[in-house]
Design a protein. Structure first.
Length: 401
């Protein structure tokens, strides 16, 4: 299947425009990483606590930030879920201590700050756990059960917690809402000692700084090892210059993607690293397709220069590139638009990476291959201007592995 017929676009003739584009965006990203937002590492890498909070209504970020400031949490990061109707915030707190007790304290501090308007002497039903609720019911014993009390109150407590978390998304509007799954005497007893706040904690992630440091080191090594492995493969499959050109293109893709995250001040998490590693493979695959066609055409078009061969090869694979990259881009774009806040970083990396990865296969890797062969022709002993212009005629195709 072809998206369009035969094309004859002079890609290499426009290479300087695109190289300037890459240079501008690469320098902008580097400047942001060095002087502006730096590399915005997520909790996975810097260590700390991140709390996913669901509110009954759309939260006021400024009001939440003010409550956290009053509680002494002045370095907390707040990220709103822009998905319509989600009413969620991601609140993260840097934790420098390494003990588990200190990490748990960070979570409790965030919850207490949001419970500034709590009813004195009452427990928040939206943020109580199953075990605590069961213990309360056993002590109050509103149904006057006998020896079967632990089992029955355990079932009631589980039903209330599941109704809150699964049916109402983690937050009840009032204690009376529990009447849908609990007997009337239980609800009446709960109303005496419980209240419902305007938020519920849906998820809490805690990462110690030592673990974050290890994850950061391993993420960097995973990216470097993947690039090195692909360099060795292409060296064996084609020749060294092909591998160098492809790895430079992948490094270019990674640099621009990380730079874009820095410019947008979007946190880089483990899922973002997974997306970047995926893009390294995706970009490499697209580059190999172009390189393989170049190698075939070098054998067939011996009278053409290398520049003409590379241009023809890119045009011949253009339909395939548009189809595969275009369909993949539409998929990740839908993930970015509708995937929610949890997948925001992952999908953003894919959206940026697919565009840059496809672009670099044509405008970074291929021109680098031609530039090297032209340089090699000019630097050879006795080389002349005319011989360098016809480098493609003398260029020996790499042996097929």
């Amino acid at each position: 299947m072809e998206f369009f017929g035969s094309t004859n676009i002079d890609f290499l003739g426009k290479k300087w425009y695109f190289l300037a584009f890459s240079l501008i965006f690469s320098l902008a990203g580097i400047a942001s990483m060095l002087f502006w937002h730096h590399v915005p590492l997520g909790v996975d890498f810097r260590g700390g606590t991140i709390v996913d909070v669901k509110f009954t209504q759309k939260p006021d970020v400024n009001a939440v930030r003010a409550e956290l400031d009053r509680a002494g949490l002045k370095n907390a990061r707040i990220q709103a879920d822009t998905h319509p109707g989600s009413n969620e915030l991601l609140i993260s707190l840097d934790i420098r201590e390494t003990s588990e007790q200190a990490l748990d304290q960070g979570k409790e501090n965030i919850i207490k700050a949001l419970q500034a308007n709590a009813e004195p002497g009452k427990i928040d039903l939206n943020n109580v756990g199953y075990t605590s609720l069961q213990d309360y019911l056993l002590k109050a014993d509103p149904l006057h059960l006998g020896t079967d009390a632990p089992t029955q109150y355990g079932k009631i407590a589980r039903a209330i917690v599941d109704f809150r978390d699964k049916t109402h998304g983690g937050v009840l509007n009032s204690v009376a809402d529990a009447s849908s799954v609990a007997p009337a005497p239980v609800v009446q007893t709960l109303q005496q000692d419980f209240y419902s706040s305007n938020f519920g904690v849906r998820n809490v992630d805690i990462v110690g700084p030592q673990v974050g440091s290890q994850l950061r080191q391993r993420a960097m090594l995973a990216t470097l090892y993947s690039l090195l492995g692909m360099l060795v493969y292409l060296w064996f499959r084609f020749e060294l210059i092909y591998g160098v050109a492809a790895v430079v293109a992948c490094f270019h893709d990674t640099l621009i993607t990380v730079g874009a995250f820095s410019l947008l001040n979007t946190e880089i998490s483990l899922t973002v690293i997974a997306a970047i590693l995926t893009l390294v493979g995706y970009s490499m695959n697209d580059t190999i397709v172009v390189f393989d066609r170049i190698r075939e055409n070098i054998k067939l078009l011996r009278k053409d220069s290398l520049t003409e061969i590379v241009n023809k090869s890119i045009n011949q694979t253009l339909s395939r590139t548009v189809l595969t990259s275009g369909l993949t881009f539409l998929t990740v774009l839908a993930l970015f638009l509708f995937g929610g806040e949890v997948l925001h970083g992952f999908s953003l990396a894919l959206v940026i990476g697919i565009i840059i990865g496809t672009y670099s296969s044509i405008f970074i890797a291929a021109p680098m291959l031609v530039a090297y062969q032209q340089w090699r022709g000019k630097s050879a002993p006795g080389a002349t201007a005319s011989s360098s212009n016809n480098e493609g005629r003398r260029y020996k195709a790499p042996a097929k592995a």
